[in-house]
Design a protein around this ligand. Sequence first.
Ligand code: PRP
Ligand code: HPA
Ligand code: MG
Length: 167
Amino acid sequence: MTDQRLPHEKGFHVSWDQLHRDARALAWRLDGQGPENGEWKAVVAITRGGMAPAMIVARELDIRTVDTISVKSYNHQAQSEPVIIKSPDMDLVGDGTGVLIVDDLVDTGRTLDVVIKAMPKAHIATVYAKPMGRDRVNSYVTEVSQDTWIFFPWDMALQYVEPYRGT
Ligand SMILES: O=P(O)(O)OC[C@H]1O[C@H](OP(=O)(O)OP(=O)(O)O)[C@H](O)[C@@H]1O
Ligand code: HPA
Ligand SMILES: [Mg+2]
């Protein structure tokens, strides 16, 4: 069967500006929600996609302690078994209490399953969420349908597009 969707309906294309606004909206939701006097003790970004959103959240909430966890689960758009290839400082994050884990999106939730196992008490925040993985996330901004592929600004470039009605 041929795909009837128009080109702009095949994916959700996120500009840097949109990402900045959405990550700020996430920060505003998290502000004052930490377990100790509303404070968060650290941000942990899930690399690589979580790094830009985590930077924006950490900036908005004035959190200077930022670490990373690296989980590799995709090769382009094909999924494989997720594995932690770099852990955060476990003396810092402990069981995750007071730690804000930030990623760009949750899709199937398999990446977060690995992260939650490592830091079960952490607060999980993603900018975007798909239905399959949504329940793993404590805070997110925008939900998209499971069959939508989200294109992030670091994977795109401005280029000419043909009008829908060719000349
Ligand atoms: O919920 P899931 O189905 O596990 O998918 C979501 C994860 O997949 C992508 O990362 P990816 O592993 O592609 O690595 P990257 O962040 O380095 O691009 C995305 O940034 C999330 O971390
Ligand atoms: O929709 C997506 N976009 C980008 N990376 C992803 N990794 C899993 N799902 C996605
Ligand atoms: Mg990622």
